[in-house]
Design a protein around this ligand. Structure first.
Ligand code: 13P
Ligand code: SF4
Length: 311
């Protein structure tokens, strides 16, 4: 079966919008109406005026889309497409942690479950995290969850002392300094660009640090021709497409392995997208009370991002 053709047919018939993250396989990115980072995808989902959103990404992203557009049917082709970062912050443990800091405001990365968002004051993404923190008074006490790497990076560049939840992304946290240094020795003319979910020693090697959109834009506008890309491999597709004359080297997890694919993102296939749209399942279903509470810090994030002209 020509899945691409069938998906496009169903999309038209059912008035659907296909949203995809940059870590999806190239075939899915090419099929999507919009490919973006978490912030861009949230904004597109909020604005969408369609009957169905088919989300080629992971669960927290589809859940965010549902909260921002509750009357639209949101389909996630494989409900097992979770996120290790979101899983690293269980609700009960986080509630107890939060109780220890009653005068702190909670900023949560969007890579969290809806339950964690109900315990959050403002959500952020890698595309606006620094600006959201900086929009708050200098003396504001803050808990940052769940990514200790992103939180540590923000602390470093803003001079804050946010209390960090001890979570990490299983993909970014194992990208190794040794592999990057070896690649840089072999390619001294390459710039190193990294996602802020990488650990501090890796970020210390980077010439640019930013969200997936930030990294792609950087490679478009920068004068260099060669990049060591320190994030999930799916991003190379857009980078190469937008800058065909440049060279992109994806950094392996260590010198012996190239396992830098997010196993959750990569659960999505063209066949699963086709079946989800055809059968209108699996859908994202949420408890109305949780949805209303969890949506508040997301709307706060979008509001601040608009005011700061980040979207
Ligand atoms: P971005 O918002 O930068 O695309 O990051 C999402 C993510 O899950 C990275 O691992
Ligand atoms: Fe989650 Fe990491 Fe996959 Fe991003 S790359 S979706 S943070 S597990």
């Amino acid at each position: 079966m020509d899945y691409k053709l069938e998906i496009l047919k169903l999309k038209k018939e059912k008035n659907a919008l296909i949203l995809a993250h940059f870590y999806q396989i190239p075939e899915i990115q090419e099929l999507a109406d919009f490919v973006g980072d978490s912030l861009g995808l949230a904004q597109k989902a909020a604005e969408a005026k369609v009957d169905i959103i088919l989300f080629a990404g992971v669960h927290f992203m589809a859940e965010t889309a549902k909260m921002l557009n509750p009357d639209t049917l949101v389909l996630l082709p494989d409900l097992e497409a979770g996120c290790s970062l979101a899983d690293s912050c269980p609700e009960d443990d986080f509630r107890k942690f939060k109780e220890k800091y009653p005068d702190h405001l909670v900023i949560s990365y969007i890579n969290t479950t809806a339950a964690i968002k109900t315990l959050t004051d403002i959500v952020c993404t890698s595309g606006n995290a620094v600006q959201i923190v900086e929009s708050l008074p200098k003396d504001q006490k803050i808990i940052f969850a769940p990514d200790k790497n992103l939180g540590g990076y923000i602390n470093k560049i803003t001079g804050r002392n946010m209390v960090l939840w001890n979570g990490t992304c299983e993909v970014h946290d194992i990208l190794s300094t040794e592999a990057i240094i070896k690649m840089k020795e072999e390619n001294p003319d390459a710039s190193i660009i990294a996602h802020p979910e990488c650990n501090a020693p890796v970020l210390a090697l980077a010439d640019y640090i930013g969200s997936t959109t930030g990294m792609i834009k950087f490679t478009q506008n920068d004068l260099n021709k060669k990049y060591i890309v320190v994030t999930e491999s799916g991003i190379i597709h857009q980078m190469q497409k937008l800058s065909p004359d440049k060279e992109f080297l994806i950094v392996p997890s260590d010198s012996t392995c190239s396992c830098n694919d997010c196993p959750y993102m990569k659960l999505n296939t063209l066949e699963k997208l086709y079946l989800a749209l055809k059968n209108e399942t699996p859908t994202i279903e949420m408890d109305k009370k949780v949805m209303d509470l969890a949506n508040k810090p997301i709307l706060r994030m979008l509001d601040i991002s608009k005011k700061l002209k980040l979207i």
